[in-house]
Design a protein around this ligand. Structure first.
Ligand SMILES: [Zn+2]
Length: 388
């Protein structure tokens, strides 16, 4: 598939709906990457369609939302992103198109710095992109505005990675439409693995890789498939301090317990997906997203002063900027987003239908925002690896 190399997002961004979330805790030098995601296959869902849940986490940030109007073969896109008060890079976003394709992501876990893993990733060829340093933040947007299905969106993302190279360490993308969902893990350079979520199962994940070994049907880059079916993707690219840390394990374990009714042992291998004990509802996901593990031996009662892999993190934490449950519908006009403006333990979910109304026209929103979007496309590589 031919993928354009120049995106015109700057001129398409017409209307911004500011929904400012005050983060009350500014912790110096802390980059809090603790997003938690869940996606429910349509046969595991109480609605009969794919369900998605996601907590967006970040420090010193606010959320903002935009509706990007359609144009030039591109779909209108509802955009919800975390933005630093101090300016600079955009760090996290969920996007949903008028064609019913949704993308959100978690940081896949910093590999070298945090884990003390000594390997360095070999260069996978020169990066060729707008910034000259690979594609990063706007990978999701460039794909979702063109895709008609989740599968097509995955294909476009892979084509962009092949073309440009990925400029962060790692990221777990969740790509879905009402009928099917994919998890696309992208690693620095030109490495990727995409796996379809089984229709009758659910995938929950924190900030680490969740693939383990390749399976039939996976879409993976040649530099991974060439290592064979016994190659352990997770443990090769991440040290156990990431993928077995309390920081990650309890969010993963508790989301499955609360939303899916499935008990997993901390310290066990991450399963890619599990079969839930009951059809999963929107309320099940909300309970998972707002938990501090109440009533559990490891209930989290304190707010955390520093980044420490040994700390048990709740799913709803002091850095949670927004909680989102997307109730996918084959008719995107009927798709419902349940959104909190703030931490979901404190704020009730509001109901929003991104495409339920009239699409925005040419409501100008000013030069400043255009400048911000230029920044979108040119992430300084050194800073974005500490992003979200
Ligand atoms: Zn909370």
């Amino acid at each position: 598939m031919k993928v354009e190399t120049h995106v015109s997002v700057t001129v398409r961004m017409r209307m911004f709906v500011p929904l400012v979330v005050a983060t009350m805790f500014f912790v110096a030098a802390l980059t809090a990457d603790a997003c938690t995601a869940i996606v429910v296959g349509k046969k595991a869902s109480a609605t009969g369609h794919v369900l998605i849940g996601h907590n967006e986490d970040g420090t010193g940030m606010y959320m903002r939302h935009a509706m990007l109007p359609p144009g030039d073969g591109k779909a209108a896109v509802f955009w919800s992103e975390a933005k630093k008060y101090a300016g600079g890079d955009q760090v996290g976003a969920s996007v949903y198109s008028e064609r019913g394709v949704f993308v959100v992501s978690n940081n896949g876990g910093v590999m070298q710095e945090w884990d003390g893993v000594t390997f360095s990733l070999p260069d996978e060829g020169s990066y060729s992109t707008i910034s000259g340093k690979g594609i990063g933040y706007d990978l999701r947007f460039r794909a979702v505005e063109r895709a008609r299905t989740a599968r097509e969106c995955v294909d476009i993302m892979i084509a962009l990675i092949k073309e440009h190279g990925y400029n962060q360490y790692s990221r777990n993308f969740l790509v879905a439409d009402a009928e099917e969902a994919w998890i696309l893990e992208v690693l620095n350079g030109r490495r990727y693995i995409a796996r379809r979520v089984p229709d009758d199962e659910v995938v929950a994940y924190p900030n680490c890789l969740i693939y383990n070994k390749l399976r039939p049907g996976d879409l993976a880059s040649e530099n991974i498939t060439s290592k064979g079916t016994d190659f352990d993707i997770t443990s090769f690219y991440q040290g156990p301090r990431t993928w077995k840390s309390p920081y990650n394990l309890y969010r993963w374990k508790e989301m499955y317990r609360i939303a899916a009714g499935v008990e997993l042992e901390p310290g066990a291998e991450y399963p890619f997906s599990v079969r839930p004990a009951h059809p999963i509802s929107v309320d099940d996901i909300k309970r998972g997203l707002r938990t501090h593990y109440e009533g559990r031996p490891y209930e989290v009662k304190a707010r955390h002063p520093k980044k420490d892999p040994k700390i048990i993190e709740p799913i709803c934490r002091h850095t949670t900027l927004q909680s989102l449950v997307c109730e996918m519908n084959p008719n995107p006009k009927e798709t419902v987003m349940h959104l909190t403006v703030g931490r979901p333990c404190e704020v009730e979910y509001g109901v929003y239908r991104p495409f339920g109304g009239v699409l925005p026209g040419d409501t100008a929103f000013g030069e400043k925002a255009v400048t911000r979007l230029v920044n979108h496309e040119l992430p300084p590589a050194a800073r974005i690896i500490n992003g979200h």
